[in-house]
Design a protein around this ligand. Structure first.
Ligand code: SF4
Length: 384
């Protein structure tokens, strides 16, 4: 394996995983665990702080550009716990004064006083997992909230945060194109700065993979829904900048953008992933997934389940898997800076991708075409 030569390090983000939910949704393949008994709030925050302290030597001298508290359901944690978490981070590592600090919340767990306390603690962006405004679809998705609760949660969030995202899922069982547009229109009416619209996919090892829901819309209906959603969002000022992400007034998710631009991230918490660059190598790590195992092992510095150096052969594919999701693509310079490899090393694959109509090659720029976005997997295969 040849060593890399990174002349500068990319921006660094911090991801914090909160692994519990009230109950597991049947389509979910995230590392989330139905809560049994009381939330071990203090113990888990203690574990996160120990985890961060043990990780500091990997990021000495660097500052955090964005923080994302994701899950699971982070909004199960009290404002006090999130305050202790953010203060503990601040006292251990420099956070940029302009850092976007996002917390994921679920409508079924949005406590009014918690939401206000998150803002006081330093959270400046909320991502709310609405998924649908249709009670029948929410039920099929196994969500714990109703459409009415979703609207109330949005109101609470909007009263406390100027910057918030709503997640919507389309391509739901028995869903019509009109219903998909109706969900998006409801989301638009709530005036979020950002909307993420995902097509429901059946992931392995989920309840839906074992018991495929009936009446899933055909692929061509899903494409029609996607087109209608993109057009509805565009005509309301939401610009698509990534396959599933739409921002108003350019308020893109800075944290996700850093992933897509192949930036670095330190992930702490159960099952969290990290990607960290050094001048001669890029490493990937994953923490133990099960919360109790993670909390036990972090005390004895054995919480890292996987730790490996990414080979230089893997890097082009890894870079493309992220950067080709961005509608504006990427610059040749970004590829060279974040992978430590010359742009010419991937030119044969790029020329082939251009030949097949997947990308456009411009001056210092690679941009996916509509075909490239729609057939991303075929495009990525060229870099395997
Ligand atoms: S609330 Fe979110 S993280 Fe939790 S089980 Fe449902 S989809 Fe997964």
């Amino acid at each position: 394996m040849s060593s890399l030569n990174l002349t500068q390090l990319p921006p660094l983000s911090l991801y914090i995983h909160m692994p519990w939910c009230i109950k597991k949704c049947p389509y979910c393949d995230f590392n989330s665990h139905g809560l049994k008994g009381t939330l071990p709030e203090q113990e888990y925050i203690d574990s996160l702080i120990i985890d961060l302290e043990q990780s500091l030597p990997l990021v000495w001298g660097r500052s955090i550009q964005t923080i994302f508290i994701g899950g699971g359901t982070p909004s199960l944690f009290s404002g006090e716990a999130i305050d202790r978490l953010i203060s503990s981070i601040r006292s251990r590592i420099k956070i940029s004064p302009y850092a976007e600090i996002t917390l994921e919340a679920n409508p079924g767990t949005v406590e009014k006083h918690y939401i206000a306390e998150y803002a006081t603690a330093g959270v400046n962006r909320i991502s709310l997992g609405i998924q649908s405004f249709n009670d029948q679809h929410l039920k099929i998705l196994g969500r714990i909230h109703s459409a009415d609760e979703a609207c109330k949660a949005i109101e609470t969030v909007a009263n406390n945060f100027a910057n918030f995202n709503l997640d919507i899922i389309y391509g739901l069982p028995k869903q019509t194109i009109e219903q998909a547009i109706d969900d998006i229109q409801h989301a638009i009416n709530a005036k979020p700065t950002h909307i993420s619209a995902y097509n429901l996919t059946i992931e392995p090892n989920t309840h839906f993979a074992k018991f495929i829901p009936k009446h899933m819309p055909e692929d061509d209906v899903c494409y029609q829904m996607q087109d209608a959603i993109i057009n509805t969002l565009a005509s309301n000022g939401y610009k698509r900048y990534e396959i599933s992400a739409f921002a108003k007034n350019n308020l893109q998710s800075q944290h996700n953008r850093n992933y897509w631009e192949f930036g670095d991230y330190l992930g702490i918490g159960a099952g969290a992933h990290s990607k960290l660059s050094f001048h001669d190598r890029i490493i990937r790590q994953m923490r133990h997934k099960h919360p109790s195992q993670y909390m036990e092992r972090v005390k004895v510095q054995q919480h890292i389940d996987e730790d490996r150096i990414v080979t230089s052969q893997e890097l082009p594919f890894e870079f493309m898997m992220n950067a080709l999701r961005l509608c504006n693509g990427f610059t040749n310079t970004l590829f060279a800076q974040t992978t430590g490899q010359s742009f010419n090393s991937i030119l044969p694959q790029l020329l082939e991708a251009q030949e097949q109509g997947f990308i456009e090659l411009g001056y210092n720029k690679v941009t996916p075409t509509t075909k490239g976005c729609d057939f991303l997997n075929n495009l990525l295969e060229l870099f395997l």
